[in-house]
Write a protein that binds this ligand. Structure first.
Ligand code: FE2
Length: 301
C-alpha cells in the first residue's frame, strides 16, 4: 500500500443531546473557535488549517458519528475508495461532493467493526493557520476500544495505508509523521476511548488543566508523559462523558522507526507513565472510556 494517500486525522463528528451546551464548553473552556453553524449543527475549528475539527449534531445520546480523514487529493480519494471496497467494507458510499461547511470531495464507509469513517480531499482550509498558546491546533489522535485489536489495526493498515508505530497494551498507528493518529485499545465492544487535542507545549497543557479545573472538570489522569509517543498529557471527562485529552510534544517518526513491543514499555510498579508523578487514571474516567458507542449506519450530514 503506498503511503501518503491519507495525510491526517481531520476530526470527528459527535452526536450530543444538547448541542448548544457542548458548543459553549468547546468554545468557552476547551478553547476551540466557532467555524460554522448549519441548522442544528455546530462546527468548531482549532488554530490549524482544517475548516473544522469537531462537529456537533443533535442526537438523543452522546455518540461518535464519524471519523474524518484528510486525503491528499481527489485521485487519492478515488484510489482509497477502490482499496476500502476491496478490503471488504460492509457499507460504502460512492465518492461525491461533501454537502457541509468546508465542502470537499469524499466518501463514507463503515470498517469491519462498524466504525463510520469519511475520507475527504479538496475541503476548504483556513489561511490563518498558526500555533497559538492555550488553543488546540488540531485533533492529534483518537483511541478506540476494540475486541479485535490486531484485526482492527490490520484493516486500517491494508485499506488506508496507516503504519504501525508501536505496540504496548494498545496498538498505535500513524498516517503522517506524528507517532500516532489512532490507537486501538482492548475492550469488550467497539467504542470511543478518548479524543486528544494538540497544544503547543507543556505550559498550554498545564494552563488548560487549570482552566478545566476552574470550570469544574478536574484532571482525571495526569499531568504525565506517555511511553509510546512520548507525549505530555492531561485527561478529563468532558460534557456527555466524552473523555478528552490535552497533549503536546508528540514524537515525530521517520522512516527508520523500529516498532517496539509491549515488553519494552513496562513501567515500574505503581507508575502509569514515564514521570511517575501522576496517580493512575480515575475510576470515573475508566468508566467513561467505555460509554461512547458508534452510531449505526453511514453518516450523511
Ligand atoms: Fe491519548
Amino acid at each position: 500500500m503506498p503511503a501518503g494517500l491519507i495525510t491526517g486525522l481531520r476530526g470527528v463528528d459527535l452526536g450530543v443531546p444538547d448541542v448548544a451546551a457542548h458548543a459553549r464548553f468547546y468554545a468557552g473552556v476547551w478553547n476551540l473557535s466557532l467555524a460554522a453553524q448549519r441548522g442544528a449543527s455546530v462546527y468548531l475549528r482549532g488554530s490549524g488549517a482544517y475548516c473544522h475539527i469537531l462537529a456537533l449534531h443533535p442526537r438523543d445520546t452522546p455518540q461518535l458519528l464519524c471519523i474524518n480523514l484528510a486525503a491528499a487529493d481527489r485521485d487519492a480519494v478515488d484510489r482509497l475508495h477502490d482499496r476500502v471496497r476491496a478490503a471488504g467494507a460492509a457499507q460504502i458510499d460512492r465518492p461525491a461532493p461533501i454537502a457541509e461547511p468546508g465542502g470537499g470531495y469524499g466518501f463514507a464507509f463503515a470498517d469491519p467493526e462498524g466504525r463510520v469513517v469519511r475520507v475527504i480531499a479538496e475541503d476548504a482550509r483556513h489561511a490563518d493557520a498558526r500555533v497559538l498558546p492555550d488553543r488546540p491546533e488540531k485533533i492529534t489522535h483518537l483511541v478506540l476500544n476494540t475486541p479485535r485489536q490486531e484485526d482492527a489495526a490490520d484493516f486500517w493498515v491494508k485499506a488506508l495505508g496507516f503504519e504501525i508505530s508501536d505496540r504496548s497494551l494498545l496498538t498505535f498507528i500513524r498516517c503522517n509523521a506524528d507517532h500516532h493518529n489512532l490507537a486501538f485499545h482492548p475492550g469488550e465492544a467497539s467504542s470511543l476511548h478518548h479524543i486528544a487535542f494538540e497544544m503547543d507545549g507543556i505550559d498550554s497543557v498545564m494552563r488548560g488543566a487549570g482552566r478545566m479545573r476552574d470550570a469544574g472538570y478536574p484532571v482525571e489522569w495526569g499531568p504525565g508523559r506517555h511511553g509510546p509517543g512520548n507525549n505530555v498529557f492531561a485527561y478529563f471527562v468532558g460534557p456527555g462523558d466524552f473523555v478528552i485529552e490535552y497533549t503536546a510534544e508528540i514524537e515525530k517518526v521517520g522512516e527508520n522507526h523500529r516498532v517496539r513491543e509491549p515488553r519494552e514499555w513496562a513501567y515500574p510498579p505503581g507508575h502509569s507513565d514515564l514521570w511517575g508523578a501522576t496517580p493512575p487514571p480515575t475510576a470515573r474516567m475508566k468508566d467513561a472510556q467505555k460509554k461512547i458507542g458508534f452510531a449505526a449506519g453511514l453518516f450523511r450530514p
